[in-house]
Ligand binder design. Sequence first.
Ligand SMILES: Cc1ncc(COP(=O)(O)O)c(C=O)c1O
Length: 204
Amino acid sequence: MQTPVKGHIARRATEITPFLAMELMERAKTLELEGREIIYLCLGEPDFPTPEPIVKAAQKAMLAGETRYTHSLGRIELREAIAEHYQKRYKVTVDPEQVIVSSGTSPLMMLLFAALCNPDDEVILTDPGYACYPNFIRFVGAKPRFFTNPAGAGVSATARRRAPVDQRQNQSPADQLAGKPGRVNPLASRTCNTCRTADPAGLG
Ligand SMILES: Cc1ncc(COP(=O)(O)O)c(C=O)c1O
């Protein structure tokens, strides 16, 4: 691969730290090509092949010429099916208009932070947490702040649902923690509030 011309890469791109889990997997792949037997424990993905009906449906669709641009939010039939799944499985009513289909979580999380964060906004993340989110946040000019969960506690979907809607959207995370007034992104604030008020008995 040709080395990019120095100075042509945006500074923010050069300041992003590597995603170590991927680096580890790439190293493992290299060792595998060298003949080493590798058990992959570095990424969270199924250890079985994609089920045959999925592979066959993808083949059928491609042979039928379904390889063109779709609606920018994803095919409406798929978005309707996803909304139906949420209704049936989780009893949550989601309008298909609220569903966006993408090729993974990461691109949408990038878009989400880009849509929600202004430069220098602070977003509170749990620590430990998913390693890429701090970089997504930095990439859009905002600042990740870390909230360390007390030992034995966690933040589950149950706790998030139970957490009260934040009453203090005008406080910064630091000020919330210190009990002072300020300003904060509501998403960050809600997460912070969840961490502060989650009932340990309700944590899954
Ligand atoms: C919390 C979380 N967010 C995002 C991702 C990345 O998902 P994707 O590979 O679909 O971009 C992962 C992957 O493990 C994850 O655990």
